[in-house]
Design a protein around this ligand. Structure first.
Ligand code: SAM
Length: 402
């Protein structure tokens, strides 16, 4: 195999430098180290190794992980266990357990801790948390089968970007007329898996409510009216309400200034009320007229990326009609894809959006075009880490422009 030695040398130097910084407690060096270590692996592996990993290891590891989650294997590894102990507690045949453990060790999900015992890793420990494992349940239930059919869909559509969310790759893959949300609601456990996945996904990412991201207290709190029943924030399509809970925890003074309202489709609204009884939950379809008028803030987190431009305009127009000019704000918490150097997380999500909703992650230019096309104004875009979601603040002028 021909290795590009000068490039290899650069990568080795980077890995060594970031590795040293990380060992000296520079936590910020960790993500650079991961990026460069991945690049090093890509440079070093021969194509056959990479292809075999893609074709064999990825799908089989994925299947093994889901089986391990379903049988409750990982919570058993709080201390080292043998294969026969595990097959008894997880109620599998001993042969199947041996093969499962062997593959999970070979693909670094768990480790061998002795001649016949197995132990946890940070990954297997994380997968004991349902908000982490739900990512796999959700992905297998909806995006993965659609992505498997995406090549056939695009071949049939002569390689045109999917535009029509009612006749996109999702409907093609599942042979249905429903939207992904309607369809998911008919699948046992899938809406819950999705909501849990969303909670886990957002947990370790920079949040606009953290110090140094977006000046929450001044931009929302200053100038807020003290009317009866004033609404501080409506979390539109807010899932189970983890963002409202975060606001209450991180900005208690601001949260006390007005009502915090969650709006969701029926099933998720019910689950939200059950999981956070203190929440004010309203069942609402965001394509219909917004029932809460003149709120200080209408907030949408990872909502618009699910929808095509035309549907986003319908959603935004409903909010615009409810907004008090020069007072209400819309906060859009979404990825703003950099024109160059987009992270694999953003490009992957972009493809998931293409497959599931005929929609997309948007660049700054695309966000601005979308928002101004319905006569709203972009007041600013706040970004902490270009590989994570930004916060876009949107207002409505006194005299609506469109
Ligand atoms: C990607 S999730 C984001 C959830 C939440 N904002 C978060 O960040 O975790 C999109 C949410 O939109 C909700 N949704 C989809 N269609 C909707 C509609 N027509 N009206 C209201 N909510 C809807 C879904 O139930 C889902 O919870």
């Amino acid at each position: 195999m021909v290795v590009n030695k000068p490039r290899l040398q650069v990568l080795l130097n980077d890995v060594s430098a970031y590795g040293r910084a990380f060992l000296e407690d520079d936590e910020s060096a960790r993500s650079a180290l991961v990026t460069q270590a991945r690049a090093l692996l890509a440079e070093l592996e021969n194509p056959n190794e990479t292809i075999t990993w893609l074709a064999w290891a990825e799908p089989t590891r994925r299947a093994a992980l889901e089986i391990a989650i379903a049988i409750g294997l990982f919570p058993q590894l709080t201390s080292p266990r043998t294969a026969s102990q595990l097959s008894m507690t997880c109620k599998t045949s001993s042969r199947l357990m041996e093969r499962l453990l062997r593959h999970l060790v070979a693909t670094s999900v768990i480790v061998k801790s002795g001649p016949s015992s197995f132990a946890a890793t940070p990954l297997s420990r994380a997968l004991c948390d349902p908000t982490c494992s739900a990512a796999l349940t959700w992905s297998s239930g909806l995006p993965a089968p659609v992505l498997a059919r995406l090549p056939a869909y695009l071949a049939e559509s002569r390689y045109r970007e999917p535009q029509d969310p009612s006749k996109g790759p999702f409907q093609f893959a599942f042979n249905t007329d429903m939207t992904p949300w309607q369809w998911a609601a008919t699948q046992k456990g899938l809406p819950q898996a999705f909501s849990q996945h969303m909670s886990g996904y957002h947990a370790e990412r920079p949040s606009w409510m953290d110090e140094g991201f977006y000046p929450v207290r001044t931009r929302l709190g200053d100038g807020m009216k003290s009317r009866d029943n004033e609404v501080l924030i409506v979390d539109v399509g807010g899932g189970l309400g983890h963002d409202l809970e975060e606001l209450k925890t991180k900005c208690p003074g601001l949260a006390a200034k007005g009502r915090l309202v969650l709006q969701e489709l029926r099933q998720t609204a019910r689950s939200a009320k059950m999981s956070r009884p203190w929440l004010e939950v309203i069942e609402h379809d965001f394509f219909k007229p917004q029932p809460i008028k003149n709120a200080r803030t209408y907030y949408m987190h990872s909502v618009l990326h699910d929808w095509s431009d035309e549907n986003c305009k319908r959603i935004l127009r409903q909010l615009k009609a409810a907004m008090e000019p020069s007072y209400s704000k819309i906060l859009i918490n979404e990825n703003v894809v950099p024109e160059t150097g987009a992270s694999w997380k953003m490009t992957s999500l972009d493809w998931i959006m293409m497959a599931t909703g005929a929609s997309a992650e948007r660049t700054e230019t695309q966000w601005r075009e979308l928002i101004t096309s319905v006569g709203l104004r972009v007041e600013g875009i706040w970004t902490k880490d270009p590989s994570c979601e930004s916060l876009i603040e949107v207002t409505r002028d006194e005299v609506a422009r469109l």
